[in-house]
Design a binder for this molecule. Sequence first.
Ligand code: TYD
Ligand code: MG
Length: 455
Amino acid sequence: MAKPKKRYVCQACGSVSHRWQGQCADCAEWNTLVEDAPATVFSMKHHLSSGGRAVQFVDLDKPGELPRRQPTGLAEFDRALGGGLVPGSAILLGGDPGIGKSTLLLQAAALIAREGHGVVYVSGEEASAQVRMRAARLGLSDAPVKLAAATGVRDILTTLGTMDTPKLMVVDSIQTMHSDTIEGAPGTVSQVRGCAFELIRYAKENGVALVLVGHVTKDGSIAGPRVLEHMVDVVMSFEGERSHQYRILRALKNRFGAVDEIGVFSMAGEGLEEVDNPSMLFLSGRDEPMAGSAVFPAIEGTRPVLVEIQALIVRLQSGATPRRAVVGWDNGRLAMLLAVLESRCGLNFSSAEVYLNVAGGYRLSDPAADLAVAAALISAMTDKPLPPRSVWLGEVSLAGEIRPVAHGSLRLREAAKLGFDCGFGPSDVTGGSSALRYDGLGQLANLVDRIIGNP
Ligand code: TYD
Ligand code: MG
């Protein structure tokens, strides 16, 4: 038999290469390649068509037996989940360190336990005393949550086998878990994958809702193997700027629901509070219009959220390379928009530093925000404020056209309800609101004329 080839697995992104390299060819991280056990290869002669056990097939419409969702008691969490926890499902919750993942899960765990359901909280990051201190601070010490500080998956699953099956199990975090049947330190690709596999299998076999906390890498993706995201049913991210109080819980993948609803929380002294009407949170609340600021009417699931975009342009005297810094929006998208403004509208940003900020720690990914960003940039560039109480929506193409967006008229109606009285965007938005004057722009160049021509 041929000698199995050596494999090296990147511990940051999970990509496989057959040669050791200092830098991963896929994610460009340094010193992350580690030799992995060679995969077992079955010979082609070895047929798999006999000797197995019979598999049960069922009809799609088999009555009964459908799992009922378990509400968490945090309506915003349930909203992001698509209506509560599904028994036997696995949820992966990622987010920056210190953003509030453990706080969120402890609160949800305590509320479910208070309803009389079994809840197990396994912390591999903090000692039990630390978690109990947090519970005391949150006023949740009375909740009958079963708390353990453990990292050995075998110990955890053996112990669970001896007690009543819980409804919810939280594992904080998957990167701290280890299994003695797998080689490697906790946090390595094979350990994370193996531990997640065992925990998910336990959850599926016993109808337990499992929440795994996952660390994130510098660029915000969940650390460890990419396959982790395929193994779980729901991937959620908890976002926000640590210096701001607002936190957004977003489903990035959900096998049981839509991924467009978000949960909004505010981090206070006594833990996370739910925000059920987030529409005006991400506005600065100032009355005077200011150059460089534009409001974008975002829609998150079924709720409108108005978001303020702020731009600052600093002209450089020397020939130094100008900086571009972005908070809350995509860097590449800003570069594209600047290029379109330069080549289609004749504006020159080449000797200017450009700073872009989405207020309140909100993170925008909707392409419909392009026009609001462009308006903020042009307004900052020309030092002219945009019309007061105006909203901006539209996707900008490379040709400089302002393209239609999803839910255009709904966004305008919601903005009108919240006191905005003019809107700018693509030419073909109809059915807005009579309370709001709408101006279709067609081309980005028209916007520049408007702002520059607007005294
Ligand atoms: P934590 O849940 O430990 O974050 P993560 O698990 O995502 O790393 O939250 C840590 C931060 O939350 C910490 O910096 C303090 C803040 N916090 C509050 O502001 N109020 C509170 O009641 C709690 C428990 C935490
Ligand atoms: Mg934590």
